[in-house]
Ligand binder design. Structure first.
Ligand code: SF4
Length: 322
C-alpha cells in the first residue's frame, strides 16, 4: 500500500529495526512492487562545471572552496549529444545533465539547455536535468522540450540544512519541487548520508520525502564523497550499514520509487553494493565521473551486473501522472 501520511514515530520504528529484519521487510516489498532483476542505469554529465555561487559544504563546485576541479562553461550541444549517444551505447537509459547554477536564468545558456533536452530526447533516452532552482515558467518550458525528470535533492533534514547550506532555504527547495511536479515532470529527490547529521535528521528527511503529496519517482541516496578543499573533507567515511539502513527504509516508505545508489559507489565493494540492491536499491549512476567525483567504469558495472544476475531496466517503464 502506498502511503503519504507516514508519521515520524512509524519511520523511527522502521529505521531502528534490527538490520536483518529491516532488509527482509524492504526486500519483500521490493519484490512486490519492482522487478528485482532490473536496475535502472543512468548517466550523469556535468554540462557546466564549477564556479557556483552557492555554499553547499559537500560540493567541490562551489566557487568559494579551493578544490582542484576544472571550471568549465556550458558545453556545446554537439558535445553533449555525443556523450549521450555513447552513454546509450554503453547501456544507460537515462541521461542526466547537471549545471552548477544557483538557479536557472532566462538567458542564452538556458536556451541551450532546452536544446540539449530536445536533442537527447530524440535518442530515446529518459532526459533529466539538475540545474538548481526553477520557477514555474522554466519548469513548463523544460517539460515542453521533453524533459522527463528533474533532480533537486533535499540533502538532509530541514533542521540540519542550515549547517550545510546557508545561501538558500529548505523552503526554496520544496518550492522548486512543487514547480517541477506542477509541470508534469517526474521528480528525482533524495539526500546525502555522512554530512555530520544525526540518525534523527536522516529519519526527518525520509519523512519529508515520503509525505510529499506524491512520492518522488526517483530517490537518490548518496554517500558523502569527501573532497579535499571542501568544509566536509575530514568527515568520517560513511559506514555501509548506514547506507543499507537508509536504502531499506526508503524502499519501505516509497515502494514504487527508483531508489538510487548514487555518489560514493567508487568506495564500495561489490558485496557492499549487493547488500544495497538486496535492501531495495534499483538504480545506479554509471560512467567514470559523477559530475566531478569518481565512479565505477561501465565495464566494472557490467561485470557486477553479470555476477549478481542483474539487467538494465528499459527506458520509460515508469509512468508520470500529469
Ligand atoms: S551542490 Fe549544486 S548548488 Fe550546491 S555548490 Fe554544488 S553546484 Fe552549487
Amino acid at each position: 500500500m502506498i502511503k503519504n501520511n507516514w508519521n515520524l514515530e512509524e519511520i523511527q520504528d522502521l529505521y531502528h529495526k534490527p538490520l536483518l529484519e529491516l532488509i527482509y521487510r524492504a526486500a519483500t516489498l521490493h519484490r512486490e512492487y519492482q522487478d528485482t532483476a532490473e536496475v535502472q542505469v543512468c548517466t550523469l554529465l556535468s554540462v557546466k562545471t564549477g564556479g557556483c555561487p552557492e555554499d553547499c559544504a559537500y560540493c567541490p563546485q562551489a566557487a568559494r572552496y579551493h578544490t582542484d576541479i576544472n571550471v568549465q562553461s556550458l558545453m556545446k550541444t554537439d558535445e553533449v549529444i555525443e556523450y549521450a549517444r555513447r552513454a546509450k551505447e554503453a547501456g544507460s537509459t537515462r541521461f542526466c545533465m547537471g549545471a552548477a547554477w544557483r538557479e536557472v536564468r532566462d538567458n542564452k545558456d538556458f536556451d541551450r539547455v532546452v536544446e540539449f533536452v530536445q536533442e537527447v530526447n530524440k535518442l530515446g533516452m529518459e532526459v533529466c536535468c539538475t540545474l538548481g532552482m526553477l520557477n514555474e515558467h522554466q519548469a513548463k518550458r523544460l517539460a515542453e522540450a521533453g524533459l522527463y525528470a528533474y533532480n533537486h535533492n533535499l540533502d538532509t533534514s530541514s533542521e540540519y540544512y542550515g549547517e550545510i547550506i546557508s545561501t538558500r532555504t529548505y523552503d526554496d527547495r520544496l518550492k522548486t519541487l512543487y514547480n517541477v511536479r506542477q509541470a508534469g515532470i517526474s521528480v528525482c529527490c533524495g539526500g546525502i548520508v555522512g554530512l555530520g547529521e544525526t540518525h534523527g535528521d536522516r529519519i526527518k528527511m525520509l519523512h519529508t520525502l515520503s509525505t510529499l503529496p506524491e512520492h518522488p519517482e526517483s530517490v537518490p541516496i548518496n554517500a558523502l564523497v569527501r573532497v579535499k578543499g571542501t568544509p566536509l573533507e575530514n568527515n568520517d567515511k560513511v559506514d555501509i550499514w548506514d547506507m543499507v539502513r537508509m536504502i531499506a527504509t526508503a524502499r519501505i516508505l516509497m515502494p514504487r520509487a527508483m531508489v538510487r545508489l548514487s555518489a560514493g559507489r567508487a568506495e564500495m565493494s561489490i558485496s557492499d553494493q549487493a547488500l544495497c540492491f538486496m535492501a531495495g536499491a534499483n538504480s545506479i549512476f554509471a560512467g567514470e565521473k559523477l559530475l566531478t567525483t569518481p565512479n565505477p567504469s561501465f565495464d566494472a558495472d557490467n561485470a557486477m551486473f553479470q555476477l549478481l544476475g542483474l539487467k538494465p531496466r528499459e527506458a520509460f517503464k515508469e509512468s508520470v501522472e500529469v
